[in-house]
Design a protein around this ligand. Structure first.
Ligand code: UT7
Length: 324
């Protein structure tokens, strides 16, 4: 028996922050951002609009598409690195908002690979007899951006995507998920403060340690290689070729990364779901957000072969293959 995605949903906040807006905030330009990243604008949550708010909207859509009641859910997983607060899990807040009283709920922290990590848990849970698992990727990255650091703040945005996973029929469903991590590279992308190493303090805030730091250039090179390796691993494990892939839904970090991965794989750009020009990098939300858009645009049909791949802080990298 395979597990299968029964419905998808997504949500982005209303406020648009364009590259022109960013030009007024840091020493950058629309031309630099577009040329180096492909990003034109991103969405920002309103003050007080939290990870659980975005995630709840996306989840409600996914449940409606799947025709599953919240009360039927066995488990809710929220992939995020920008949860409502350190305690409790954002998944518990969403469980309450949805009225999913029978569902266990917890968060998964694997940065931009969080959605694929959570999807693999959902897959295993359904295969061991549970009926419905809600997987949400939701991020309010704007709250961990240093809006004085042009190297990071132009890249990220806020958003959420969700899927309902249940039992598949026939050969269709999630064919495989592969997960990887290498903690030796943990300082390439990290938030130094606010945890148990450097707890919140006035000194921590003064040093701006609550914000994300990233070695972008080093990350770029590793991203291209790990995304390619992960994609190939997924195809090899299922004895599939690149030609058979109907749609590649990658983590949306940088258009140049996607282009390089596509070239290495020999995959034409028109078979890649790309929305980073409008939303930037939304970390764990990026794959489910792009997937939901592709489903709604009719790019994903019964029987379509979908390849997923991501990389991110940790470092983590991951891939998956779905026969829709
Ligand atoms: O989900 C995973 C998250 N991480 C990533 O995806 C990061 C992957 N890395 C990248 O996407 C790219 O490395 C960046 C977009 C972050 C940077 O692009 P780059 O082509 O690697 O630029 P760079 O870091 O080598 O910087 C080139 C120049 C530098 O100036 P100098 O030293 O040559 O004078 C930077 O200071 O560009 C400068 N720069 C900027 N200029 C205008 C860096 N950020 C900006 C900016 N606007 N926003």
């Amino acid at each position: 028996m395979k597990s299968r995605i029964l419905g998808t949903g997504s949500y982005v906040p209303k406020r648009v922050l364009s590259n022109a807006d960013l030009e007024k905030m840091v020493a950058t330009s629309d031309a630099w951002i577009v040329e180096r990243t492909g990003i034109r604008e991103r969405r920002l949550a309103a003050p007080g609009e939290a990870c659980s708010d975005l995630g709840t909207h996306a989840a409600q859509q996914a449940l409606a598409e799947a025709k599953v009641q919240a009360s039927e859910l066995d488990l809710i997983l929220v992939a995020t690195c920008t949860g409502d607060s350190p305690l409790p899990a954002t998944a518990c807040r969403i469980q309450h908002r949805l009225g999913a009283l029978q569902a266990a709920a917890c968060d998964i922290s694997a940065a931009c690979c969080g959605f694929l990590y959570a999807l693999s848990v959902a897959d295993a849970y359904v295969k061991t007899g549970h009926r419905y698992v809600l997987v949400i990727g939701s991020e309010v990255m704007s709250t961990v951006m240093d809006w004085t650091d042009r190297k990071t703040c132009v890249l990220f945005g806020d958003g959420a995507g969700a899927v309902v996973v249940g039992r598949g029929e026939g050969g269709n469903g999630i064919l495989s998920i592969h997960l990887h991590a290498d903690g030796h590279l943990s300082d390439l992308i990290f938030i130094p403060g606010g945890g148990s190493t450097i707890p919140a303090s006035e000194n921590m805030l003064a040093q701006r340690l609550q914000y994300m730091k990233m070695k972008g250039n080093e990350t770029f090179k590793i991203a291209v290689k790990t995304m390619e390796d992960a994609a190939r691993e997924a195809l090899t494990a299922n004895a599939l070729t690149v030609e058979e892939v109907d749609l590649f839904v990658p983590h949306q970090a940088n258009f140049r990364i996607l282009k390089a991965v596509a070239q290495r794989l020999g995959l034409p750009l028109d078979r890649i779901a790309i929305n980073l020009d409008r939303f930037g990098n939304t970390s764990a939300a990026s794959i489910p957000l792009a997937l939901d858009e592709a489903v709604r645009a009719g790019q994903v049909k019964e029987g379509s072969l979908i390849l997923l791949a991501a990389f991110g802080a940790g470092l983590t990298w991951a891939s998956g293959v779905i026969r829709w």
